[in-house]
Design a protein. Sequence first.
Length: 201
Amino acid sequence: MPGPGATIYSTPGTFPYTAPVGTTWIEVVVIGAGGGGGYSTAASGGGGGGGALVTALLPASTCTVTVGAGGGGGSSAIDSAGVNGLQSTVSCSAGVVIAGGGGGGGSPGASGGAGGAATFLGAAVGVSSHGGSSGGSSNSSCGMAAVGGNSGGGTGGDTGANLNCSSSGAGVGGGGNSSTTNASGGGSNGGNGLVEVIPLS
């Protein structure tokens, strides 16, 4: 639920933000992008890791907001690992907040991607931070996805249960492929990042 006067950035890219006149501090909620799931046609690819979820306070000023793009899923036997998700950031004159992106899921038989980490620089005051959870390994079932601060990374596909565990969403890693129900073998893309900026009095 957005706070009063909040601005939401959900499209990957870089955007300017200027705090309203009279604002002393801004609160930011920053989510890194998820990593893509791994490719497989013979077994299961690992799930992508989730991006970090960070809440912080920054002195109000003119800032730059960057929303990270989710990593692409593994697309072939040659490019079988998922691509890392990109970090989301809020950079103001006095401080910087970074929510790291999740790692891409591994190729068949490999582990899931690592979760993103949180970083505070300069005058940024950390309120809370949750690293993204790692994606499920290639032998995970859909019901065993690790849950992190931003609802975690995707699971790996589970061919034994004949399930396709692919999933994506804001700040969530892409699930690994299940070859039994996904003949293309491609892993899901990771979810894009998200940034909310709330002016405080």
